[in-house]
Design a protein around this ligand. Structure first.
Ligand code: MRU
Length: 347
């Protein structure tokens, strides 16, 4: 592993994050205090990736109420709910955001008979538990994932499901980091991941910083490296897994799954149980975030490269059909098809 700081953590009365919009050029830590600062950090992808935004929101909702220790329960709870709804509206697709905030609310309600300062203390403990569990969950995903991979394999990954998407190990990168410690000699292909380039800016950066053998490719080169026999497995993360196994992840994941099937390459989703949403029956129930056109037409270019006023469609995620997925690597083991039973059993 590289010696990058944790992606997200509680430090005193601040949420400390690595500002991911500045990577790979600059590793800068931001210290955020207000719910507005934390909302915009999530919305603007300064902190991003499903597990990391869940942890950030849990810490954020604690910080949003920490100063209300003199309030009576009803007033305190009202303020908590307002902050929770606000933070939950920062991004729609990753279920970890609402999962973490719901868990914080459950802790508050469980302790409702206590005095407000003690409730605040319990909220702090819960946020820290969500933080530390993320580290353990990712390690376990790494152990289960590594069992599926042959030494010397080429592994293709998309977007950033690395340490920068979680607190420390990442999900899809956890088997890669463990494999590196154990001499597996993986060769990783990182898709650049248009339009926000999380693969190029973040995955290639963090793997290279850790000394992993990584090659950056454009998204439209994935078919070629698969056809050339360079890829033995595809590993990606996920933002929300529906009850039937349909899975939302960064736009472009669906295309990779179709290609992997064509070239008979196993396609695994690394899925902490916090990304499984049994309330979404199928992928059709998952709300897909649409982002600004400028991410496609202007960002990263010295001058705008698309015609003025051109119509743009910019969905940030797609849904991979369950039938294209070879298995879910979770912290409790690997789930194989049929997914309905396996996912329900795990939850
Ligand atoms: O828009 P982002 O950068 O937050 O999207 C992130 C992804 O799609 C990741 O692959 C996903 O959150 C899984 S991270 C374990």
């Amino acid at each position: 592993m590289s010696n990058l700081p944790d992606t997200v953590r509680l430090d005193g009365d601040c949420l400390e994050i690595i500002d991911q919009t500045l990577l790979p050029g600059q590793v800068k830590l931001l210290r955020l205090r207000t719910k507005e600062e934390i909302y915009y950090a999530i919305r603007l992808l300064k902190v991003r990736g499903a597990p990391a935004i869940g942890v950030a929101a849990a810490i954020g909702v604690y910080l949003a109420v920490v100063e209300f220790e003199n309030k009576k329960f009803d007033d305190f709870y009202d303020r908590f709910v307002l902050a929770k709804l606000y933070l939950n509206s920062a991004r729609p697709t990753a279920v970890n955001l609402s999962w973490a905030l719901d868990r914080m609310e459950a802790s508050l309600l469980k302790n409702r008979e206590l005095a407000t300062p003690q409730i605040i203390n319990a909220l702090r403990e819960e946020a820290l538990a969500i933080w530390s569990e993320d580290i353990e969950v990712c390690r376990r995903i790494g152990e289960y994932g590594l069992k599926l991979l042959e030494k010397g394999s080429g592994i293709l990954t998309h977007c950033n499901a690395g340490r920068l998407c979680a607190v420390r190990y990442g999900t899809a990168t956890a088997p890669l980091y463990l494999g590196q410690e154990r001499g597996y000699n993986f060769h990783v292909y990182a898709d650049e991941t248009r339009p926000l380039l999380q693969g190029a800016r973040l995955t290639a950066f963090e793997l290279a910083a850790a000394g992993v053998d990584v090659t950056l490719i454009c998204d439209n080169m994935a078919a070629t490296v698969m056809k050339q026999g360079r890829v033995q497995a595809v590993l990606t993360g996920c933002d929300r897994v529906a009850a039937n196994g349909d899975t939302a992840n960064k736009i472009g994941t669906l295309g990779l799954a179709v290609l992997a099937k064509r070239y008979k390459i196993p396609f695994y989703i690394c899925a902490p149980s916090s990304t499984i949403d049994l309330n979404s029956a199928t992928g059709a129930d998952i709300k897909i975030e649409e982002r600004d056109a400028e991410e496609i037409t202007e960002m990263w270019y010295r001058e705008r490269m698309a015609p003025d006023k051109i119509s743009v469609y910019n969905p940030a995620f797609d849904v991979t059909d369950a039938e294209l997925i070879s298995g879910f690597i979770t912290e409790h083991g690997v789930i194989s098809a049929p997914y309905g039973n396996g996912l329900r059993g795990l939850m």
